[in-house]
Write a protein that binds this ligand. Sequence first.
Ligand SMILES: *Cc1c(COP(=O)(O)O)cnc(C)c1O
Length: 410
Amino acid sequence: MKSFTTRSLNVPFPRKDPHNALAMPVYESVAFEFASAEDIAANFRGELPAHTYSRTSNPTVEYFEAKIKALTGAHQVLALSSGMAAISAAMMAICKQGDNIISGNHLFGHTLALFEQSLSAYGLETRFVDTTKTELIEPLIDKNTRAIYFETVTNPQLEIANISRLSEIANKHGILLIADSTITPPSVFSSKSLGIHVEVMSTTKFISGGATAVGGIIIDNGLYDWNLNPNCQPITAKFGKDAFVARLRKNYYRNLGMPMTAHSANYMIAGLDILELRVERCYQNCMKLGEYFQQNPSIKRVDYPGLKDSPFFDLAVKQFNGVPGTVMTFDLESQAACYHFMNRLKLIRRATNLNDNKSLIIHPYSTIYTEFPEVMRDTMGIRPTMMRLSVGIEGAEDLIADMEHALRED
Ligand SMILES: *Cc1c(COP(=O)(O)O)cnc(C)c1O
């Protein structure tokens, strides 16, 4: 198997470019014309596949989807306007009123809000559970359960569930296993080889190549029998293994209007080519920072599942090639000490995004989780003494020097 980067650079275009362009052109065109009235009618009948209108499909976006497909071995890929569009469309396509899903209790904030507020208003129930304790899951499954949903590495807790175990439970009950793999990009993680049926991802983070565009993808690994899902089953006779993506494309992507733009897809295409390089550099920085944190007495605690003494290290090696994302957390003695430290940083930026090329720091307790009651923050493991660092591609020595200066009392 060739390297991720070699493969990314050499995914063929779905169609030969008329000018032999080496980079995929950005097709900033809304509509696409047909040679005859008969052709356009055949297209609308589903007999002549072609791009018609960019809310339904677009050649540049199609190439990004083709690249993800080639790199992951997925059966089908759909690119959408954001990570949240990917998550909401995937959940709506597999559930209807009265159905439920089982979800990890430590989730990206807006996913939690989507499940608790937006989807619940349409009669879709979410049953939250600690997915690192797999024995708690089965008692929650009933005849209306459609999926187990989890994040590959939770943030900012940085916990890792045993995916093989989750896959066994999902398969035993004929329900879907859906992972949000935003933190663990496809250069270090293969959802297909671990039995995940559907993968959702915010490509805004690692894949965009450095925080340049908002986007998301849904991956169908082709491992699930769509006859088992009552909402996709009615169209399996017509679409077979493509039932999920067919339902998604029409009823959600098209009707709710969630397309990725050609311009964004262009960033994602370029981002994929340098993804492996960037992830490796961020990981090396995490390891050097981990060592620095561990020997510094002002740092009271450091969490990164890539470090040997993390309780999740073995799962990080097994599931993510030892690279469990490049986000870490560390604690000082008080919230005041965290603020003082953050305000003295000159290189590391105070911002809320993840996997930018720049290292970004935030105090989750007083920002992302500020609206949550104290008990809830406590049970979610959000400590007032903790900071989250999304490690970038700067030189490790420069990052350490910035921290040294910020920790000094002058
Ligand atoms: C950012 C993020 C999302 C949402 O993605 P957007 O592209 O911002 O809509 C979903 N899940 C995780 C884990 C994320 O970090």
